[in-house]
Design a protein around this ligand. Sequence first.
Ligand SMILES: NC(=O)c1ccc[n+]([C@@H]2O[C@H](COP(=O)([O-])OP(=O)(O)OC[C@H]3O[C@@H](n4cnc5c(N)ncnc54)[C@H](O)[C@@H]3O)[C@@H](O)[C@H]2O)c1
Length: 255
Amino acid sequence: MQSSQRANLSGQVAIVTGAARGIGQACACALAAEGADIVTADLGPSDATLARVRELGRRALDVPTDVTRRDSVARLVEQAVAQMGRIDIVINNAGTLARVGVEDTTDEIWDRDVDTTLRGTFYMIQAVLPHMKERRYGKIVNISSISGKIGGVSSRAAGSTKGRSGPAYAAAKGGVLALTKWVAKDAGRDGIYVNAVAPGGVDTDMTRGFDYGVDSIPIPRIGQPEDIAQAVVYLASQMSNYVTGSVLDVNGGLI
Ligand SMILES: NC(=O)c1ccc[n+]([C@@H]2O[C@H](COP(=O)([O-])OP(=O)(O)OC[C@H]3O[C@@H](n4cnc5c(N)ncnc54)[C@H](O)[C@@H]3O)[C@@H](O)[C@H]2O)c1
């Protein structure tokens, strides 16, 4: 390998979950800009993302997927291999966030946030590993959160004190970090890299209307989806070929 190289993802295929908007859309576009063909996997169609990927001259396949369902994830992987020929990269980005305290965390809220983030990431990894092992190559990037490291991030909605990310979300994102490290230890010998990105507050539908107190962040602004996508490109590319089981903080220096 050269001592310095750019991310060249030409000929590679990446699955991005939760790709219809926000951070997932930015990841799909940033990977496509480096040459990857993209498979989008969100609950519904990812039309805007598909259009942007195709504008970049890359192939794009949409497989609407519910990552909380094993059969849906199996179908996604099957379709991606059948129609795109291979899977080099998986970005586990789909997530939901309830901003409630312990007392208000119902079974439904717990199941939704934990299933989407933690179970969904597990199902994706389990489904794609046999293919990656056979090819002896794979880059898996799991989108965790600063909430999973520090136990929820404070934010405020206008006129309310409510806004801190809830216990189900924080626990699920912490679980993703442990899962990342577990799988990384097992898969490294098969040429499979597993890392996580832990974003701070990022300007998307998930955070709109909430104040993250950006004046106290060393880089005093809210994150943009592209800030996260650039970290993802690094971990999805050959630029990070001696990096596995790691967590890359992208939070403007907040922690
Ligand atoms: N925005 C932030 O401040 C922030 C900070 C840290 C981590 N994150 C994480 O980044 C990821 C993306 O967040 P975002 O801010 O772009 O949020 P977003 O709400 O804009 O996008 C999330 C996407 O995930 C999809 N999704 C939800 N449940 C799904 C399921 N069961 N199967 C498939 N897709 C599903 C949604 O339809 C949506 O398109 C999430 O995992 C989130 O927890 C976001």
